[in-house]
Design a protein around this ligand. Structure first.
Ligand SMILES: Nc1ncnc2c1ncn2[C@@H]1O[C@H](COP(=O)(O)OP(=O)(O)OP(=O)(O)O)[C@@H](O)[C@H]1O
Ligand SMILES: Cc1ncsc1CCO
Ligand SMILES: [Mg+2]
Length: 298
């Protein structure tokens, strides 16, 4: 814990540089510098992120974590939770391909993370697809996730805990702004940081709201980009657990930025996916500090 607290102090960006002749930076550049500080910390500390994630997303989530500098471990057997989960710096649980066998493992892992004082992050994929999925997800929410990240339809459904949200499958049928009030309400009732992804991503603790406008719409044509950014959120929260709101916003900005840079070189979803992973590996300070678009909504 001492080490974590030291990290929090290191993460606070220093907004004003004495040698900055252009004067103090504006609020958006302070947020952008924070995104770089978080990415840099992930690269330096290589947090171990245990992922219990859906079968579709395993490859992209592991590659995104590796490219960011984190260390992924796709370990989901209930027989390994007791030994392994306390060793991980963060846990990521995603219900995308839920099965009866995995639900107890997810619950055991969330409990183990809580007991070991480790942050854990929930992706409620297609939570309104069935009552089984909704009930499993509500049980997980009771185990106090640090962050919940979903698309607008998922956050709307989970927030109201109703079975029919208008979504047909894993994709969103809503704009992220439509889910902002639901996200705030879910954050207050669950005590988690809640992120809604979309053209603009919103991150809230129930009161404060940070928005991120990085990203390109083609990211929706790559399966499991949402799952991958939730994995990245787990890595960012691992290195700054006491500032989960800011760490989550930073992860969304960095990931969206890789989409923008990747799109300059891509010819479609498959090559965009490849370029995003490459850009995540290559991003440097000046690019993140000048192109991350984060702001706090008043
Ligand atoms: N219209 C858009 N414009 C720009 N970026 C977008 C848009 N929609 C989504 N994104 C970005 O794509 C990423 C995935 O978000 P999305 O809302 O599609 O997740 P998801 O529906 O949970 O995805 P999946 O279930 O396939 O993993 C996020 O980083 C988000 O910022
Ligand atoms: C397509 C799909 N189906 C279950 S999980 C998943 C990955 C995107 O969430
Ligand atoms: Mg999703």
């Amino acid at each position: 814990m001492e080490e974590q607290e030291a990290t929090v102090r290191n993460i606070n960006p220093n907004p004003a540089s004495p040698s900055d002749e252009a004067g103090p930076p504006d609020a958006s550049s302070i947020w952008a510098r924070m995104a770089w500080t978080h990415l840099d910390a992930v690269r330096r500390r290589a947090p171990l992120v245990q992922c219990i994630t859906n079968l579709v997303s395993m490859d992209i989530a592991a590659n995104v974590l590796l490219a960011s500098g984190a260390s992924p471990a796709m370990i989901h057997s209930i027989n390994e939770i007791q030994d392994f989960t306390p060793k991980a710096d963060a846990l990521y649980i995603n219900i995308g391909t839920l099965s009866a066998e995995w639900v107890p493992a997810m619950q055991a892992a969330a409990k183990a993370a809580l007991e070991a004082n480790r942050p854990w992050v929930l992706d409620p994929v297609a939570v309104s697809a069935s009552s089984y999925r909704m009930e499993a997800c509500l049980e997980l929410v009771k185990l106090r996730p640090t962050v919940i990240r979903g698309n607008a339809s998922e956050i709307l459904a989970l927030s109201s805990a109703c079975r029919i949200s208008g979504a047909k499958g894993v994709d969103s049928a809503h704009e992220s702004i439509d889910a902002l009030d639901a996200a705030k309400s879910l954050a207050k009732s669950s005590n988690a940081i809640v992120a809604v992804s979309g053209a603009v991503d919103f991150v809230t603790d129930g009161d404060r709201v940070i928005s991120c406008s990085n990203g390109v719409s083609m990211m929706q044509k790559i399966t499991a980009t949402g799952c991958a950014v939730t994995a990245l959120i787990a890595a960012f929260v691992a290195i700054d657990p006491w500032n989960a709101l800011k760490a989550t916003a930073s992860a969304l900005a960095v990931f969206g930025l890789t989409g923008e840079l990747g799109m300059e070189m891509a010819s479609g979803p498959a090559s965009l996916r490849m370029h995003m992973v490459d850009w995540l590996y290559r991003l440097n300070e000046s690019t993140v500090a000048t192109r991350a678009r984060l702001s706090e909504r008043s």
